[in-house]
Write a protein that binds this ligand. Sequence first.
Ligand SMILES: NC(=O)c1ccc[n+]([C@@H]2O[C@H](COP(=O)([O-])OP(=O)(O)OC[C@H]3O[C@@H](n4cnc5c(N)ncnc54)[C@H](OP(=O)(O)O)[C@@H]3O)[C@@H](O)[C@H]2O)c1
Length: 330
Amino acid sequence: MSELQMDCTEKQKGCMRVLVTGSTGLVGKAIERVVNEEEGSKEAEQWVFLSSKDANLMDFQETLAVFQKHKPTHVIHLAAMVGGLYKNMKANLDFWRNNLYINDNVLQAAHEVGVVKVVSCLSTCIFPDKTTYPIDETMIHNGPPHPSNFGYSYAKRMIDVHNCAHAEKYGSRYTAVIPTNVFGPHDNFSIEDGHVLPGLIHKAFIAQQEGSPLTVWGSGSPRRQFIYSLDLARLFLWVLREYKEVNPIILSVDEEDELSIKEAAESVVQALGFKGEVVFDTSKSDGQFKKTASNAKLRRYLPDVKFTPFNQALKETCDWFVANYDTARK
Ligand SMILES: NC(=O)c1ccc[n+]([C@@H]2O[C@H](COP(=O)([O-])OP(=O)(O)OC[C@H]3O[C@@H](n4cnc5c(N)ncnc54)[C@H](OP(=O)(O)O)[C@@H]3O)[C@@H](O)[C@H]2O)c1
C-alpha cells in the first residue's frame, strides 16, 4: 500500500474548514476543548462540530447534505458505534453494520464535496488476536481479530482499505489514527456497555456510596495501554495539520506504561479515595489478554512527545465524573 506525500500543511492553513463527526463523545469533546484553548487556531481554521442530531451518518443522503452544508476542506471522523468488551460481545452484527455504513457514508460524502484530507479513527483492539508483540501499523490485516469484537474490528479495518483504494484511484489524503484505550471527561461511564476504566470509576463510585466491595469483572490480569483524551486530542491536531501519509499511525503511550486491569483498578481506588474491599469476578470474560502497541512511528515523528502521567489524568477524570455525576453518560 502506497504512502503518498501531502503538501497540505502550510499552504492550506489559512483556509482550513474542519468538520468533526462524533464531536459530542469522549474524543470529540477533548478535541473541541483543545481547539478552544489553542492560541490563534480559530483565526487560521474554521471548526464545525457535529453530533448525531445534525445528521444520522448511517444515512447517506443526510451525510451528504451535512457535508454540502458545511463544505469542509478537512474532516476528523470520530462518529462510531463504540462500546466496551461486554457490549461488543452482545452486538457484533450491529457494530459491523452501523460502523461500516457510517464510515462508507462519511468517506464518500467527503469525496463528493472535495475534502482534501480525512483523519479517521481505528483502534488497537482491531488488530489480529494471534500476533507478535508489540503490534505496529503494518499488522492490521495479518489475521482474524479477537472473537469478542470481530464486528467492530472488521468494520474499522475497512477504513484502511477504503483510504488506500481512494489514494490509489484519486491520489487523496485520507488517513487514520490508531489510539489505544482512551479515557477522560465525557466518557461513557456505563458499567454494562462502556470501556474498562470508566466502568471501574463508576463501580467504585457506587461501591463507595453504598459501602459495598468494588467488583472488578474478570481476573484483573489482562494488560492495556491507556491514553488520556486530551493528549490524544493534541496528537489528532498534529496528524490533521502535519502528518503526510495515507498509512495509519498508532497514537499510544510507551510500551512500559501498559498496566494490568488490577493495577488500573488500584489507581481508581486511590484516585477516588475508596476504602472498601476489591474483589475479582472471574466468571466474567477477560477479553483479549493484551494488545501491546508500539509508538515507535509516532516517536520517529515526535521524539519528545509527552503524555500526562496516568495517575494525574485519572484523578482529573474521576474529579470530572464526581462533579458531573448527574449528567454524565452512565
Ligand atoms: N473510547 C476508546 O477507548 C476508543 C479507543 C480507540 C478508538 N476509538 C475511536 O474513537 C472514536 C471516538 O470514540 P469515542 O470514545 O469518543 O466515542 P463516543 O464517546 O461513544 O462518541 C461517539 C460519537 O459518535 C456519534 N455517533 C454515533 N452514531 C452516530 C450516527 N449514526 N450518526 C452520527 N453520529 C453518530 C455520537 O453522537 P451522539 O452523541 O449525538 O449520539 C458521538 O458523538 C470512534 O471512532 C472510536 O471507534 C475509541
